[in-house]
Design a binder for this molecule. Structure first.
Ligand code: AQP
Length: 333
């Protein structure tokens, strides 16, 4: 069965291995499947839920588009565009925010994590972000949404919003319930410095993540400095959860070579960490360095990248503006 795929990445700089293994790698596989219709969005409206420097934002929008292409998404086959170029996203978010309940949003754990202790100072946008995300998905009648594990709760909320809209406006089946596509294994990549913290763009320490623009030397250095523990390489997964940094590094390795954790443990059983880290760096360089080089090359051609985003936005707008017209009709506008 052909799938309608929608997913997005925020242009907030420092795209990293977590974004790649948790989301973008999956985008590429879906793009390559014959009958899929794929839409990949640079979600710049989401990015401004936290303060962005305008010049940096512009640069990061191009860099995110370049990362999609450099990772293997073919812009001729998939739509690549940036969200702010399609007005239906903002309109849809407002209408759906009038359908959504405050109690639902209060349960979102990502807001609690991102807003930190001082919730009063977080932007309203950061709080209502999942409603905009619901609009993004529902405007395209997406059937499947490839995301990292951290977005699962937002996808469930999206389904609740769709159901309530359909009930409130007596339109059964009008907004389509999307399925999340979350990898069974290695769907949450952790910081190289703290195995209990998600690898993230905003971590102040660059050593906590492998950026997709890192070169060979940077990768070698980061893996050399990645936290491990004094115990030998594990031979079984029983007590691995008590060794989060080791579990994370083994998970990264397994995901890159497409094998399960057990097989990786077997491969390095009895070996020391330096040997494992050497092999991990090798495979990371093999996979990431070509992407990094291609991103840098594409960034030198702003005209090409802007052309891809403009063309993608026009195609996306055609789909989304039709859906928003139907939504407005149902609402009574
Ligand atoms: N560490 C991760 N492991 C697996 N998947 C991840 N994703 C993000 N971090 C990890 C997935 O990448 C996609 C795009 O993410 P985003 O652009 O929405 O940003 P985010 O989730 O807010 O990423 P960060 O790095 O955590 O940003 P900051 O530091 O700004 O909060 C999503 O599918 C996400 O699941």
């Amino acid at each position: 069965m052909s799938k309608k795929i929608f997913s997005g990445v925020q242009p907030t700089g420092n795209l990293h291995l977590g974004n790649y293994l948790g989301a973008i790698k999956n985008f590429v596989e879906l793009n390559n499947q014959k009958d899929n219709e794929c839409i990949f969005c640079v979600v710049d409206l989401h990015a401004i839920t936290t303060k962005q420097e305008p010049k940096e934002l512009k640069k990061n929008i191009r860099e995110t588009a370049a990362t999609f292409i450099a990772s293997g998404i073919d812009p001729k086959k998939s739509i690549i565009f940036n969200q702010s170029m399609v007005p239906a996203h903002s309109e849809g978010a407002w209408i759906l925010s009038c359908v959504s309940r405050i109690g639902w949003l209060n349960r979102m754990t990502q807001f609690k994590e991102k807003a930190g202790k001082d919730k009063e100072k977080a932007s309203i946008g950061l709080y209502s972000y999942p409603v905009l995300m619901a609009a993004d998905i529902l405007l395209y009648d997406a059937t499947h949404v490839p995301v990292g594990d951290d977005q699962k709760q937002h996808l469930e909320l999206c389904r609740d919003i769709a159901q309530k809209f359909n009930n409130d406006f007596n339109a059964p089946g009008f907004l389509r319930f999307p399925e999340p596509l979350i990898q069974k294994e290695f769907s949450r990549i952790m910081s190289l410095k703290d195995g209990l913290k998600k690898m993230s763009k905003s971590d102040p320490s660059d050593l906590s993540r492998i950026n997709l623009t890192d070169d060979k030397e940077q990768i070698l250095n980061k893996i050399k400095k990645a936290k491990t523990d004094p115990l030998p390489m594990p031979s079984e997964s029983n007590n691995l959860s008590q060794r989060p940094e080791v579990e994370n590094l083994l998970g990264i390795y397994s995901s890159l070579v497409n094998q399960n954790l057990e097989k990786s443990m077997y491969e390095f059983d009895g070996k020391n960490f330096s040997e494992f880290k050497e092999k991990l760096s090798e495979i990371l360089i093999e996979k990431i360095e070509p992407i990094s080089k291609e991103i840098k090359k594409l960034l030198n051609d702003e005209k090409y990248l802007d052309g891809i985003l403009l063309e993608g936005s026009q195609k996306a707008d055609k789909i989304a503006s039709k859906k928003i017209r139907e939504i407005k009709e149902l609402v009574g506008f």
